[in-house]
Design a protein around this ligand. Sequence first.
Ligand code: PLP
Length: 444
Amino acid sequence: MTLRNTPPTAELQALDAAHHMHPFTANTALGKKGARIITHAEGVRLTDSDGAELIDGMAGLWCVNIGYGRHELAEAAARQMRELPYYNTFFQTTHVPALQLAAKLAELAPGDLNHVFFAGSGSEANDTNIRMVRQYWALKGQPERRTIIARHNGYHGSTMGGGSLGGMAGMHAQGGLPIPGIVHIDQPYWYGEGGDMTPADFGLARARQLEEKIIELGAENVAAFIAEPVQGAGGVIIPPETYWPEIQRIVDKYGILLIADEVITGFGRTGYWFGSQSYGIRPHIMTIAKGLSSGYQPIGGSIICDEVAQTIGQDEFNHGYTYSGHPVAAAVALENLRILQEEDIIDRVRTHTAPHLAQAWGSLADHPLVGEAVSRGMMASLALTPDKASRARFAADAGTVGYICREYSFGNNLVMRHVGDRMIIAPPLVISAADIDELVIRAR
Ligand code: PLP
């Protein structure tokens, strides 16, 4: 393919190396090699500056749920920019896209999750959650309830708050994370950490760590527990079926708030609108971002239950972002939700493409290096192992899996990621069965 108006790749790479600091990247090494430059995209396929076509097995960063090239979203943005490009929702004003989006989210979210506080990203929304749950308990007359329990290897963003809630050792090693008042329990990762236990027993044991931690801290000091229904950035770690019912029992017993971080699992990724519905859990707060706008605009937020929202509303909540509920982002998100709903994209995932992915992806389990090949909805992972019988693990820092993943699948024009000893995908929800087959061929 000939690309018009695109300078030669080497020229672009030199500019990139000279001036652009990439997130989560050793920039010096990347600069020498040269970043791959993506210039445009359609459906589930990306095109780079040399004209090569890649299958985007990661939907960008788990966000392009409706796929690339939906002009309706571009038109919604342009319309909103002409009408009202910006106004804030602070200080007793509002605007139509923000209020309509809040109402739509209240309609889609389960139970009494009826109130929305907007942010610009998932990280910001989790920062909001930290402040909101502590303020909730302060207003309830229990200001000592400040500690938030999270999980090792969870991911909740990259700000001081989000990175502290997350349990990523590499992030905690830099820049003074975690902030005080956040503690971590272990993740429900049976393949890697379950030893001789059955998945069911292991799921219960890991959930019961929450109870043990609450007792150790004193329930009167605990504000909330936060977790992703399925850990995404931690390696698409699908909890044993016993895990979430036990967590729900414990949260109910001790009366602590449950925050479901739905930044990845929201908006259809698990075959339901929200991952919480897929596991039958009842969070008080859900964190949202990514699939909310299919990544076409940066927007995130928290969907909050009646009790928490009404309590917070009793006093001025001294918190907010210039771009909370940005009108262009909100208009684009509304159009994205319309498409997800009217085109039955989520039902199709649940009834057709997720079962197809489970079967096609599952076939990778016979590869000599693959210990498990699992999926839930439209997210899937492989555990690589040097010895299937013992479920032995490659050292996470040895680089082996990263090397296989980057050099091999990228060479095959498939975007997938590695996390420690796992390789992961989360393609756009609109991927066809034929493209799933092609993706699996390229991954093999
Ligand atoms: N929470 C989860 C579960 C995520 O996966 C992410 C990002 O990957 C975030 C929060 C942070 O979102 P953002 O990168 O939009 O700040």
